[in-house]
Unconditional design. Structure first.
Length: 277
């Protein structure tokens, strides 16, 4: 569970632990990550998605710790209110919301496929957003240097278009492996999301913190998709909370754009041909 140190990640981890799951809790903050791991009887792992080296180290640590991985929940990421470039040379929102989980998934993919070879269903679940509807994915401007930033909202939506495309292309590549892939929008949840955004701060002040649904409700879709129950929808499906085939940006339906994004993402994160799914 990436992004498991707070919000819906922590809540979903607790519910999955109650169902008997063994949890690997991934977060940036050591104290919060360790506290959640202790609470759910899991193991803490630290990674900062602003550093792709951390993603490589995380994958190595997970592979060393677990012989099988049944679910990869890509829940980390968020809104970046000020335009900034990471040490890896990528805009922060596209790296944390797409490139880092893309890299982690690919590094863990052989173990996920092997885990499914015994007959059990294995899943990759990635957090998307209805904000994909405001996205504008341009492969020649992933770093958002040719367009106004505007508080990062459109860049955030664009990163979620990338998430949906990634999951759909991943599902296509995993055909016949018993590994399924899903993306989902949890709803507008009151968490630490967008802490640096003036718009979010105003919404919190005006509504006294009641501008969205509580964490306990927001965690329901992630818990369901990461759980053992049948999903009832084909691999590659985007869920709007628990409803399959939610409304998406037309770009998110473009299969060729998904293939082009995959190829570009491989180059940007430094994946060689021997590591491709």
């Amino acid at each position: 569970m990436t992004g498991g140190s707070s919000g819906i990640g922590a809540e979903s981890a607790a519910r999955l632990a109650e169902q008997g799951a063994e949890l690997a809790i991934v977060g940036r903050n050591p104290e919060r990550t360790r506290a959640v791991a202790d609470r759910v009887g899991g193991t803490p792992f630290l990674a900062d998605y602003d550093h792709l080296d951390d993603v490589h180290a995380l994958a190595d640590a997970l592979l060393a710790r677990y012989d099988t991985i049944d679910v990869l929940a890509n829940n980390a990421g968020g809104l970046v209110s000020r335009h900034a470039i990471t040490v890896d040379g990528h805009e922060r929102a596209i790296q944390s919301n797409h490139l880092a989980p893309f890299l982690l998934t690919n590094l863990l993919l052989p173990r996920l496929i092997a885990s499914a070879s015994g007959g059990s269903r294995v899943r990759v679940v990635s957090l998307a957003s209805s904000a994909n509807l405001m996205g504008d994915l341009r492969l020649d401007d992933l770093n958002w240097e040719k367009r106004p930033w505007l508080g990062g909202w459109r860049a955030y939506g664009t990163s979620k278009v990338a998430t949906i495309l990634f999951i759909r292309e991943l599902a296509e590549r995993l055909t016949g492996t018993s590994v399924d892939a899903y993306s989902m929008h949890p709803g507008l949840v009151v968490t630490r999301f967008g802490d640096t955004s003036p718009a979010i701060r105003v919404a919190r002040w005006v509504t006294r913190g009641h501008y969205g649904i509580p964490v306990a409700v927001g965690a329901i879709p992630l818990t369901a998709l990461a759980g053992t129950a049948d999903v009832g929808a084909p691999s590659g499906t985007y869920f709007d909370r628990l409803t399959p085939n939610g409304r998406v940006n037309p770009q998110a339906k473009d299969a060729q754009l998904g293939r082009d994004l995959w190829a570009l993402s491989e180059r940007l994160v430094g994946l060689g041909s021997h590591q491709r799914g």
